[in-house]
Every structure is written in C-alpha cells, then in structure tokens.
Ligand binder design. Structure first.
Ligand SMILES: [Zn+2]
Length: 92
C-alpha cells in the first residue's frame, strides 16, 4: 500500500492508502465529501529514525575500513568476582 496525499479546498491536506497505481486523480474528502485533487509529492524516503540512520551510516563507513580497538570497552568488562568460592572453581 502506498500513501497518497490529497488536498481538500475546505479542510486541507489528507492522506489515503491504496495499492500502487490505484489512486484516483481526485477523491471525496473524508470530512466534508468535496472532491479533492491528488497532490504530487516526493516519496517518503526520509522517514527513517535518526538513530537507525546513524547506525547504518557508521556500518557502511566501517565496511571498507573497520575501526581497530586496542582495549576492551569499559561497558564490556566483566564484573569482579566478589564471592571467594568462585576463586576455587575450575578455569576453562
Ligand atoms: Zn473536506
């Protein structure tokens, strides 16, 4: 389904979803029933969440030249063992 935009002369712009290519050039307004012409607008290409867009850009940038880390990030460090019984457990 594709969202098409229409503009009612009395109520203003509104949208409706139809299969691609099935939208009429004018449709009745859902509020007042006046035939509203379809608007030509750019496709919704910039509707991605900014956080997701930032992650995808960093992913694309790192595919050619991945970053090199020399230390373990602070968030990934394991917590220290506080129970002394864990010190006697066998190590892998
Ligand atoms: Zn209207």
């Amino acid at each position: 389904m594709v969202r098409y935009e229409y503009r009612c002369p009395a109520c203003g712009p509104w949208t409706a979803a139809f299969p691609m290519g099935a939208a009429e050039a004018a449709r009745p307004c859902p509020e007042c029933g006046v035939r509203s012409p379809r608007l030509w607008s750019a496709p919704a290409l910039n509707r991605m969440d900014p956080g997701v867009a930032r992650l995808r850009q960093s992913e694309e940038a790192s595919s050619d030249a991945p970053g090199v880390t020399s230390t373990v990030p602070a968030a990934a460090r394991r917590p220290r063992r506080t129970d002394p019984r864990q010190a006697r457990l066998p190590r892998p």
